[in-house]
Design a protein around this ligand. Structure first.
Ligand code: TYD
Length: 137
């Protein structure tokens, strides 16, 4: 059973010098899954929302590479709100979490690292269907 407590911020290494900063991600303690896909959200209009779905098995790390946004994670029992506003911190989202992305600042780019390729069959697009599965057992 999914637990929203497993959704958490993870620090991303940041190397800064007079030339600026560099952050990187590779398999290890920060990123505990192999990346099979990267996508990013941008040009979200004021007041726009994304997400509003759940995934059966997909694991993700969300990073506000630029700008800021809020992510609400919901395991069917509890909800937790996260504000993503730094490229050196990612939000790990475990499987079976309904997520809603909102409050995008203008110009925000949210990069998502995913544990698998795109597969519509992995999605719950309907909250009722998600809840029936999430609250089983
Ligand atoms: P969707 O997952 O609903 O986006 P969001 O997470 O912002 O709500 O995807 C929007 C559309 O893009 C939908 O038609 C599926 C398609 N899509 C892909 O083709 N590949 C991908 O990797 C993703 C994430 C979405």
């Amino acid at each position: 059973m999914a637990d929203v407590a497993d959704c958490r911020f993870v620090p991303i290494p940041k190397i800064s010098d007079e030339r600026g900063s560099l952050s990187f991600l590779q398999p290890g303690p920060v990123l505990q899954f192999d990346i099979r896909r990267v996508y990013y959200l941008y040009d979200v209009p004021p007041g726009g929302e994304r997400g509003a779905h759940g995934h059966r098995a997909l694991r993700q790390l969300m990073i506000a590479v630029s700008g800021s946004l809020e992510v609400e994670c919901d395991d069917g029992r509890h909800r937790k709100m996260f504000r993503l506003d730094s490229p050196d911190r990612g939000l790990y989202v475990c499987p079976m979490i309904w997520r809603r992305l909102s409050n995008f600042r203008t110009g925000t780019v949210c990069m998502v690292l995913a544990s698998d390729v795109y597969d519509e069959k992995d999605y719950f697009r309907n909250y009722g269907d998600f809840l029936s599965e999430a609250l089983k057992a």
